[in-house]
Design a protein around this ligand. Sequence first.
Ligand code: KG4
Ligand code: ZN
Length: 340
Amino acid sequence: MKSEVFILAIESSCDDTSAAVLKNQTVLSNVIATQKVHEEFGGVVPELASRAHQKNIIPVVDAALKKANISVKQLNGIAFTKGPGLSGSLHVGVSFAKGLSMNLGVPLIDVNHMQAHILAHLIDNNNYEIPVEFPMLCLTVSGGHTQLVLVHSPNKFEVVGQTLDDAAGEAFDKIAKTIGLPYPGGPLIDKLANEGNPKAFKFPISSMKNLDYSFSGLKTSVLYFLQKEVQKNPNFIAENKADLCASVQYTIIETLLLKLKKAIATYKPNCIALAGGVSANSALRAAITQLGEELNLPSYIPSFEYCTDNAAMIGISGYYKFLNNDFCGLEVTAQPRLKV
Ligand code: KG4
Ligand code: ZN
């Protein structure tokens, strides 16, 4: 086995074009081009996203190689996101990775985006302690997914609960839109919530059977509440923005924690972790850390740079698959609905 493995990774599942170079578990570069074009539409426009990926992919890969200070000849594998994600966006990354792998004669490694969010915890990153206590119970919360995943090893994942409708990030973004905040609203709710009272308004915490989630009821309940209040006072939203954000954020986090606690009691994991874009949320990070302390369970919170979509997480997943000789052929295609 090679002692030094260089992986080039490509991520293009949604609206960020990203490329990273890893040397074993260490990230040498992680370049992300965020697409601003979607802001004015209040959400990602798939057609515009794939066009922007086409424009960005060569300069982004080039920048990642330059920053890592390595030549393509040193690469041992090309990892890419196979899915889940937007079909047209994924297709750009898949085609580019195939072309490069064929040209260089190095293995092609297909990566599941949701598994990659979790494996971001295994990136060797100076001040970050890598989890070793499997099984790890990971709450994966992004714009498209909300899942409780029991991670038995870096290659074995079991989904034990998930949302039946909206994802937690989607709930943040859609409610933010109702409050008049631009897309993506999640980070803005987080910021405004710092100034507000989380108990100012009471919204319902959904409790599905077993370990599943539902967030569509919360979205509707906030919408009806605001319609009623705005009828009485047209300035209601502007006057209560921070309290609204804090109360919505509190409800989403309480909903997430309810099933996380139940899953811990059921599966008795050796540690807990948070992953996905919503793991950038400051109150959620604090809540998971506190829960770990209360239950005397190690808890792992990702570094901010590896919370939202990035290619470094695709690279670390690619590295583990490389160690297992788990490669794919050139016939591989994008799988927009790929499951964990
Ligand atoms: O994982 P990600 O980058 O993309 C997907 O795979 O979906 O997650 C993006 C989601 C968006 O819904 C965004 O609003 C949310 O993560 N997000 C946050 C925060 N930062 C990003 N939600 C709440 N608080 C944040 N600080
Ligand atoms: Zn993601």
